[in-house]
Write a protein that binds this ligand. Structure first.
Ligand code: MOS
Length: 655
């Protein structure tokens, strides 16, 4: 901006602190991107250097407890010391996972425009109402003055769930220059100021009888956070629900580092935690000389192991059975290095998958329009999961109207508020609200039909009226029918509208709600160069009702691809002297391409879970990444006889 030079020079007394490498410290605005980039290169920044905290393990003595989404990080039940003393076999190991960055294809991007004290924001976000609330608070203007729009999001994976500094900076810049401002992070800028999965160090102890019954589990997690905010990677949360075990301790400790604040990423906690637990279970099976699947079945639980309350629905046994069949698990030779294909070492590994079933309050509206089309709208987000399709499908089902006639709208704070698109919760949150709004609109329409003297349905009981293919008809005399648009045309051409507001209905004191799955993986390892190939994965899920098979398959598959990535590829490399991220680009930060992924066979048990929500759907966005890291790691052990407990399992660790 041409006024750059007129900005005041800061005095040393109000020098801001820089907490991490790549922290935003200035915004340069210009007519064009390249002008702005050049102008930014002219900035001369002086720092007074202070020593940085960058050694994760050295920070353990100063670590402290944390919580995740309000759930305490520390929870124990039974007598773990006693359970470990009673154990005949123990597994006591450290599992570590690296810092990872979300790397959606679309970078973070915000456009801000002021009109007086009204602010319009176009943003790449998983949470439009969160952006609205944050900006309203930051600028001290009413919520209604902030209009946030986000029609499509090019991938989020958690990093677009929080509202980061660039969103506020774009709005500040737009106010400063009194023009619309567009602020797009470039790829290297996405490593630091917009979250990451923190590094974890997980000390896991399993105790078991000679028969393989778990007597105790102790899962202690250290995870890093930043100097400015706490975020906890809740890796031991899945340990609380997975197996029947009377004595369990789960402990989480935060370690402050001079890094950007970490955040939710692809099954936060659960992806890294199931990796550790499920590798430890494989180690236990190996010690016991027991089939790994057999060990899981032996420790199967039909109740929540902590609270002893039942699960809303749990059909994991069927997942194990069907998955094992589809994979051909019974043909596995138990000894490591015993299966080959030519020179390649073949390994088969399996793991249990899990993810909490949850939902949040949501609104939605449905409007029947005189032109025969139907509008369905909610302030949700389309992050690539298919929310437009789900909203369309649910509305079409309730109204008996072809999906072609339905216009789904989302990603706008002018629509009824819906929750963040995260935590695999959108279908179970927004879906029931859409269903309710559609049912209310339908009821209003049918009432109008039986009340209208010129309607063929006039005088009938409203319960006798129904809709199919856009036509209202009488069940007892289907010939008595007319298009709903004709009815509306006669009644002043007014739209019929219904708004719904749904609250979570699950009684968490009575039922524990979790999804489960079983995953089986085959890897081939080249014995000369230790290169691992994921040949095939079979996974079977119990996620409640599947609303759309095609979208479900895409979600499961995507999760598994990220699980392969967790096991073999992703690894943010930090310079230990400066905290600079050394692979802040997609050439050096490896994510899978098609050639890295073999066959993926996914299916779902598809038994509805009506205790969570009226659709009986528990959500499927994240469960696919859980367990996958362990299944691959266990397959690599089976192929090579080498147990790597430090992700990602790159060839150097196998040589
Ligand atoms: Mo997801 S990591 O809950 O956005």
């Amino acid at each position: 901006h041409r006024d750059l030079h007129s900005f005041p020079t800061r005095r040393s007394s109000d020098l801001p602190q820089v907490h991490y490498n790549n922290q935003p410290i200035a915004v340069v605005v210009a007519e064009e991107l390249h002008q702005a980039q050049y102008a930014a290169s002219l900035l001369k920044i002086q720092y007074k250097e202070e020593s940085a905290k960058l050694d994760f393990i050295a920070g353990f003595p100063a670590s402290y407890p944390g919580s995740h989404t309000g759930i305490p990080g520390d929870l124990s039940f039974g007598d773990v010391e006693g359970g470990l003393r009673a154990a005949k076999i123990k597994i006591d190991q450290i599992y570590t996972t690296p810092i990872q960055h979300h790397n959606p294809m679309e970078p973070h991007a915000t456009m801000a425009q002021w009109d007086g004290d009204h602010l319009t924001i176009h943003d790449a976000t998983q949470h439009i109402s969160g952006v609205q609330k944050t900006l309203s608070k930051s600028f001290g203007i009413p919520k209604e003055n902030v209009h946030v729009v986000s029609w499509f999001v090019g991938g989020g994976f958690g990093c677009k769930g929080q509202i980061w500094s660039h969103v506020v900076l774009a709005a500040m810049a737009a106010r400063q220059v009194n023009r619309p401002v567009k602020l797009v992070l470039d790829r290297p800028q996405m490593f630091g100021p917009v979250g990451a999965r923190p590094e974890t160090y997980q000390h896991l102890i399993l105790g078991a009888t000679r028969d393989g019954k778990l007597t105790a589990i102790r899962h202690e997690v250290h995870a890093h956070t930043s100097m400015i905010e706490d975020y906890l990677e809740s890796s031991a949360f899945p340990t609380r629900v997975m197996y029947s075990c009377p004595n369990v301790a789960t402990i989480h400790r935060l370690v402050q580092l001079n890094m950007g604040t970490p955040t939710y990423m692809r099954a936060p906690g659960v992806a890294t935690g199931t990796y550790a637990v499920e590798v430890a279970m494989d180690e236990l099976a190996y010690e016991l000389k027991m089939d790994p699947l057999q060990l899981r079945l032996l420790n199967y639980t039909d109740v929540d192991p902590h609270t002893k309350i039942p699960f809303t629905e749990k059909h994991l046994r069927e997942c194990y059975t069907r998955g094992a069949e589809r994979f051909g698990w019974s043909k596995r030779k138990p000894e490591p290095r015993s299966m080959r294909d030519g020179a390649q070492l073949i390994g088969w590994g399996m793991a249990t998958e899990t993810y909490p079933g949850k939902n949040l309050p949501s609104g939605a509206m449905v409007r029947l329009q005189p032109n025969g089309r139907v509008l369905v709208a909610a302030g949700s987000q389309e992050i690539g999961t298919g929310m437009y399709t789900i909203m369309t499908q649910i509305t079409a089902d309730v109204l008996g109207i072809s999906p072609d006639l339905i216009d789904a709208r989302l990603g706008d704070t002018n629509y009824p508020e819906a929750p963040i698109s995260a935590g695999s919760m959108s279908t179970a949150s927004v879906g029931p609200a859409v269903q309710q709004a559609a049912m209310q609109a339908r009821a209003k329409l049918l009432q109008l039909a039986v009340n209208d003297a010129r309607s063929p349905l006039h005088g009938a009981a409203v319960e006798e009226a129904d809709i199919k293919d856009g036509k209202i008809f009488l069940r007892s005399a289907p010939g008595k029918s007319e298009a709903f648009a004709a009815l509306m045309a006669r009644n002043g051409n007014q739209p019929i509208e219904a708004m719904a507001q749904i609250k979570p209905q699950l009684n968490e004191k009575e039922f524990s709600c979790h999804s489960f799955g079983a995953i089986f993986a085959e890897v081939a390892v080249d014995p000369d160069v230790s290169m691992v190939r994921t040949r095939r994965v079979v996974a079977v899920y119990d996620v409640g009702r599947v609303i759309n098979q095609k979208l479900a398959r895409s979600q499961f598959t995507g999760g598994i691809v990220w699980g392969v990535s967790l096991a073999l590829q992703e690894d943010t490399a930090v310079d230990p002297r400066t905290g600079r991220i050394m692979n802040a680009n997609l050439a050096d930060y490896h994510v899978p391409v098609n050639a890295d992924i073999g066959e993926i066979d996914v299916s779902a048990i598809d038994i509805p879970d009506p205790r969570l929500d009226s659709l009986g759907a528990r959500g499927i966005g994240e469960i696919g990444i859980t367990g996958t890291g362990a299944a691959i790691a266990n397959a690599i052990f089976h192929a090579t006889g080498k147990r790597v407990r430090d992700l990602p399992i790159t060839p150097d660790k196998l040589v």
